[in-house]
Design a protein around this ligand. Structure first.
Ligand code: NAP
Length: 302
């Protein structure tokens, strides 16, 4: 079946709620295309699981090539990077060129420096490192010189060099300023930390993003691995199968991407087996609100 048609069928199927209150997916979904969500400002759909490149892509010394190859083969597309993640932009740029993956990808990077001119130079360097003429999303990293860089990002959008602009944080202490920026600025995307054991963004930031029509990319979905430590040695609860969850990583990621305001999550993954496992969270049923409460009670009780 034509790829786009399959996607449309799946998107339609994913909206049909079942009698149990769980979102039902067709039986072929396990082997089929990835679940996608819409970016509010454009109505473009992107897969709900992407890939983060902090720390593990700082240099190409491991299995990053195989991880990206698998990522592409499974039909995924969102990659999040930043100019301050060591050599990550250059590593990703080189591997994507070798693997000829750029056309299917949604590339997101950041501007992570103070000052207008310095920001412009850093962005130009990102285009070079990523070996592309068009970056899908650039976000102001951790609110660093936000007003100044949002002006630059708007110009780049007008020139057609980027498609979306946004802001990021992963610090509770920045949430107030983050919300303020969301209220004042027209942003395509926000990126914020959110995880089953770190749900602060759910209080005001995620509802505000929904109100303001902003796409939401979630960073630190495993709390940099903290969640794996919490469940080490513990079996998955049997009710995880009710939302087609086969592993702890899928448990944590399905919780995130089932939030109605969340567009996608970008777990850090530099190993092909992680990619395979994590992208399983973009298949099958997702937990409904009652199941999400059960997952919260479960983790809070550990
Ligand atoms: N303010 C910002 O803009 C900001 C801040 C933070 C992060 N981010 C973005 O968010 C992304 C994600 O954050 P993160 O990578 O620091 O933390 P994370 O996604 O919460 O955790 C990543 C770690 O989880 C482990 N992991 C991943 N998949 C696994 C699997 N299937 N099975 C077992 N372990 C698995 C890996 O540990 P090992 O590699 O050690 O095995 C990996 O390094 C970053 O890469 C970055 O793109 C943005």
């Amino acid at each position: 079946m034509h790829y786009k048609r399959r996607r449309l069928l799946l998107a339609g199927a994913s909206l049909a709620a079942s009698g149990t209150g769980l979102v039902r997916m067709p039986a072929f979904a396990q082997a089929g295309p990835l679940l996608r969500k819409m970016i509010p400002s454009s109505r473009e759909e992107i897969p709900v699981i992407g890939l983060g490149t902090a720390r593990r892509y700082e240099n190409a010394a491991g299995a990053q090539r195989e991880a990206l190859e698998r990522f592409g083969a499974l039909g995924a597309s969102v990659i999040d990077t930043a100019p301050v993640y060591g050599q990550a932009e250059a590593v990703v740029g080189e591997l994507l060129e070798q693997l000829k993956l750029r056309p299917q990808l949604f590339l997101a990077t950041k501007v992570s420096i103070s000052g207008r001119e310095a920001g412009v130079q850093q962005i130009e360097q990102s285009f070079k490192q990523l070996r592309t003429g068009k970056v899908d999303l650039i976000a102001v990293h951790n609110l660093r010189d936000t007003q100044v860089h949002l002006g630059t990002l708007r110009e780049l959008k007008n020139q057609g060099r980027i498609r979306y602009a946004g802001i990021t944080t992963s610090f509770d202490r920045q949430y107030g300023q983050f919300e303020e920026t969301m209220r004042r600025q027209a942003l395509d995307f926000i990126q914020v930390d959110y995880a089953l054991d770190n749900r602060g963004a759910d209080e005001r930031i995620l509802p505000l993003a929904a109100d303001r029509g902003m796409g939401v990319m979630i960073n630190l979905p495993f709390g940099r691995g903290r969640l794996f430590d919490a469940v080490r040695g513990k079996p998955l609860p049997p009710w995880a199968s009710e939302f087609d969850c086969r592993s702890w990583p899928q448990f944590f990621l399905k919780y995130i991407v089932s939030h109605p305001a969340v567009t996608c999550a970008v777990p850090g993954m530099a190993r092909p087996e992680y990619v395979e496992d994590n992208l399983g969270a973009a298949r099958g049923r997702l937990p409904d609100p009652a199941m999400r409460r059960r997952m919260e009670r479960f983790i809070d009780g550990i």
